[in-house]
Unconditional design. Structure first.
Length: 262
């Protein structure tokens, strides 16, 4: 599947532990203590962010993590990562428990009322994932079916709009993508709406599943989220632009999405 080239730029940082710092690092530190930025994410969204267990240890890795690692280094910070459910990410920003969020998040108008966003750094498509035994070619075929979506995601917003025009379509909101895939394979739901880059990874390990692209309408693309009025927005945008112009962003896209993502 041909994916569109990212639109603006991205961010990067050094991954530390999974967990929140006692105080977020946007304001710096005192004495000899290092400055720390806390990144909140939902590490169930490969290849953007996921938990790697190779070697007997758990580490959050992925496209967003590599971007965050680079940005943090460029800005002189260490990075800590907090792994929480997707629908808790914006509340974590609003409560001051994180300096920024990277989770393949789309900057919708509703979200912009509560948080600030960086430039868009990658643009993907939305898909319907379903068992190969079921015939689905478009959103119209979701009528009468139960459809899994991730709570708080752009896919849930899209599904809520589809429900209005698709008779009999029901939603099954779940916290994590792997839960959605499990429900799909068990037959408890009949379809799911998932971003194409994420769906591709799951389909590679589940040949009994298929996907079709949903025609694009409304907001698209991924951006970094910050608390309102955060001074980090301009700094992140600067490094994201540098990553794009230097070719580093292209290297990361190829690393995590393959040559066809260019």
């Amino acid at each position: 599947m041909k994916r569109r080239w990212f639109l603006a730029s991205t961010a990067a940082v050094a991954i530390a532990t999974v967990g929140l710092t006692a105080a977020c690092g946007g304001g710096g530190t005192t004495g000899s203590e290092p400055k720390v930025l806390t990144m909140a994410t939902s590490a169930d969204y490969p290849p953007y962010e996921f938990v790697e267990t190779a070697g007997g240890t758990e580490e959050i890795v992925g496209f967003d993590v590599d971007i965050a690692r680079h940005i943090a280094t460029e800005l002189g910070y260490e990075l800590q990562i907090s792994n929480i459910d997707f629908n808790g990410l914006i509340p974590a920003l609003q409560a001051g428990r994180a300096d920024f969020v990277m989770a393949g998040m789309t900057p919708t108008e509703e979200r912009k009322q509560n948080v600030a966003f960086s430039d868009i750094y990658y643009d993907a498509k939305q898909t319907i994932v379903f068992p190969s035994a079921i015939a689905i070619t478009s959103p119209a075929d979701l009528g009468g079916k139960t459809v899994g979506v991730q709570l708080g995601s752009i896919q849930e917003e899209l599904a809520n709009e589809l429900v209005k025009t698709t008779p009999g379509m029901k939603l099954a909101p779940l916290n994590r993508i792997n839960e959605i895939i499990q429900e799909l394979k068990s037959g408890r739901i009949e379809a799911a709406i998932i971003e194409d880059t994420v769906a591709t990874g799951f389909l590679a390990n589940n040949p009994d599943l298929k996907m079709v692209v949903i025609p694009e309408e409304g907001p698209a693309g991924s951006a970094v989220a910050f608390p309102k009025d955060s001074e980090l927005v301009s700094e992140f945008n600067r490094v994201l632009a540098e990553m794009e112009s230097s070719g580093l962003m292209n290297e990361l896209i190829i690393k995590w999405f393959g040559d066809e993502a260019k």
